[in-house]
Design a binder for this molecule. Structure first.
Ligand code: NI
Length: 135
């Protein structure tokens, strides 16, 4: 099995909050990520597709095509957007990095033409990343 990875970056705003809690309780739970007037992160996304190279092309899948699939279905919808309000596939979902990774997986899962989506890894900061492998 060969694992191919495409990395993309995007900048997005969000706010983590549970509407059943007060602002103060939200701050206790989510810290600065619950700032009522939003804040941003520079996210890095890594998408991994696993498969066997096609004997005629040598490719698991064309990685240029993977780039285009990610840009069209994810990056265009999140870059310089507010994840709580602007991004169709995040509406009604608390935009924690865990939930963003799951939602991105769902955006991409059925669009991979050969091989299989293996993992979606989302860096919210340089030191914190969140990886989803399905299920
Ligand atoms: Ni945040």
């Amino acid at each position: 099995m060969v694992y191919i990875t495409r990395r993309e970056t995007f900048a997005a705003a969000h706010r983590l909050f549970n509407p059943e809690l007060t602002d103060e309780e939200n701050y206790k739970l989510y810290g600065k990520c619950s700032n009522p007037n939003w804040h941003g992160h520079n996210y890095t996304l890594e998408v991994v597709v696993a498969g066997k190279p096609d004997p005629s092309t040598g490719f698991v899948m064309d990685i240029k095509q993977l780039k285009e699939i990610i840009r069209k279905n994810v990056i265009e919808k999140v870059d310089h957007k507010n994840l709580n309000i602007d991004t169709d596939f995040m509406i009604g979902i608390l935009p924690s990095a865990e939930n963003i990774a799951i939602a991105i997986w769902r955006q991409l899962e059925d669009k991979i033409p050969s091989g299989k989506l293996y993992s979606v890894k989302l860096y919210e900061t340089e030191n914190n990343y969140f990886e989803y492998k399905g299920e």
